[in-house]
Write a protein that binds this ligand. Structure first.
Ligand SMILES: [Zn+2]
Length: 355
C-alpha cells in the first residue's frame, strides 16, 4: 500500500484512525509493516503490500505469525509492548472455524489453482455482455473516483466492465482470501489500486468516502445476506453509486435434489445459498434510488448461448446480444407471472445513495 492510503483507513475493531510503521518500503509503497491503533492498542500486519485488517472475530493465527516475524525489526520503534500484546491477544482468540472460514478455504483453493495457470482468465462471456449492456447506460466513472469492490475475487468481471485508466480512478479491491487478491492484482494490472484483506461487512474505510461500491455475487456468502447493504451504505458518499449483482432463489421446474440426480451435483462453493428476490429488492430500495435494474442469466439467454457459443466470443457480437436481451426482457414482461420460473437467475442493480 502507498502511505497516502492511510488517510482512507480506520481500525476495524474501534473505528479510529490508524498509524503506520513501514518495515519494508519500495519508494512510496509499503510492502511489509504494521498498522496500529492508538485508541484500542491493536496492531495489524501489512504483507505483500496488503494490509490485513480483520476484526477480532475474524483474526487468524496467520496474523500473529506475520506480526511475530516482523517483531525483531519493529520492537523498539513502536509504542512499547503494543505488538507483543497484539500477538498474545490473537493467540487467545478462537476464530478458525465456522462456515465463513470453510468458504474462505474453498475459495483460497479455487484461486490458488487459477494463480498457477498462466494466461488470461476467462468466464462465461454471456454474463459479461449482459452486465455491459446495463452498465453501458451509465455515465463513465467520475474523474479520480474512489471505487471499492467487496469480494474482489479474480477481478475478471470488474476489469472488463470499468475503464479505470480513462478516469484515473482509485480501485480498492477487498477480499477475505489472499489468493484472490494476488490473482486480482495480476488481472487488473492497474497501478492506481490498493488492496485490503478484510471482511465486507466490516470495511476498515472511513464513512462517506466512496464514489462507487461494487458487490458482485458476494452477499449470499455473508451472514446478513442482502441486509449487508444497510451496513456498507455508510461508506458511500451522498450521490455515490452502489452496483450489485446477486443470484436469487426462484421456482424450479425440477426440485434441486432431483436436478442433482439427473445432471450430477454441481457445487460452486462451500456455502451456496441464494437470496430471496423480495429481500434483495427491499434491501436495495432502503439503500437509495434505483437508477437501473436488470435480470441476467435467464433461460432464453442460456439457450441461445448454449446453441451458439461462438456468439459470446467477442465484443463484435455485442449488438446481437442487445437484440436477444431485448426479446428476452419483452417476453419476461409480457408473459408475466406464468413464466416467473423462466426469469433471470441473477439480478443486477445500480443504486444512487440518496436520502
Ligand atoms: Zn482501534
Amino acid at each position: 500500500m502507498r502511505a497516502a492510503f492511510l488517510n482512507s483507513l480506520i481500525c476495524p475493531d474501534c473505528g479510529s484512525g490508524l498509524r503506520i510503521y513501514a518495515a519494508g518500503k519500495k519508494g512510496d509503497v509499503v510492502d511489509e509493516g504494521v498498522l496500529y491503533c492508538i485508541s484500542c492498542k491493536r496492531a495489524y500486519p501489512i504483507t505483500e503490500g496488503v494490509p490485513i485488517l480483520l476484526d477480532d472475530e475474524r483474526k487468524r493465527k496467520w496474523d500473529a505469525q506475520l506480526l511475530s516475524a516482523m517483531l525483531p525489526s519493529i520492537k523498539n520503534r513502536l509504542v512499547s509492548g503494543l505488538v507483543e500484546g497484539m500477538i498474545a491477544r490473537i493467540k487467545s482468540l478462537d476464530t478458525s472455524s465456522g462456515w465463513e472460514w470453510d468458504d474462505v478455504k474453498h475459495w483460497q483453493g479455487v484461486y490458488e489453482k487459477q494463480l498457477s495457470e498462466s494466461g488470461r482468465l476467462d468466464q462465461k462471456n454471456l454474463r459479461y455482455f449482459q452486465r455491459r449492456q446495463l452498465l453501458g447506460r451509465l455515465a463513465r466513472l467520475k474523474e479520480n473516483a474512489i471505487v471499492l469492490e467487496i469480494g474482489c475475487g479474480s477481478g475478471i468481471t470488474t476489469s472488463r466492465l470499468f475503464n479505470f485508466r480513462e478516469s484515473h480512478a482509485l480501485y480498492i479491491g477487498t477480499d477475505m482470501s489472499m489468493n484472490a487478491i494476488r490473482l486480482n492484482k495480476r488481472t487488473m494490472n492497474y497501478e492506481n489500486s490498493e488492496y485490503i484483506l478484510c471482511a465486507g461487512d466490516n470495511l476498515p474505510i472511513k464513512n462517506n468516502h466512496l464514489d462507487y461500491l461494487i458487490i458482485f455475487g458476494v452477499m449470499h456468502h455473508m451472514p446478513q445476506k442482502a441486509r449487508v447493504l444497510d451496513i456498507v451504505k455508510a461508506k458511500v458518499k451522498q450521490g455515490g453509486i452502489i452496483i450489485t449483482h446477486e443470484g436469487i432463489i426462484k421456482p424450479r421446474p425440477i426440485p434441486r435434489f432431483m436436478e442433482g440426480r439427473i445432471f450430477g451435483k454441481i457445487k460452486d462453493s462451500a456455502h451456496e445459498e441464494r437470496i430471496k428476490l423480495s429481500d434483495l429488492e427491499a434491501a436495495v430500495k432502503r439503500t437509495g434510488r434505483v437508477i437501473a435494474r436488470m435480470e441476467t442469466m435467464s433461460p432464453l439467454m442460456e439457450l441461445v448461448y448454449a446453441a451458439f457459443p461462438q456468439l459470446a466470443k467477442g465484443e463484435r457480437n455485442y449488438s446481437t446480444y442487445k437484440i436477444i436481451a431485448a426479446i428476452d426482457r419483452l417476453s419476461s414482461r409480457t408473459l408475466g407471472r406464468i413464466f416467473r420460473s423462466m426469469r433471470g437467475e441473477e439480478w443486477l442493480y445500480v443504486v444512487r445513495n440518496e436520502e
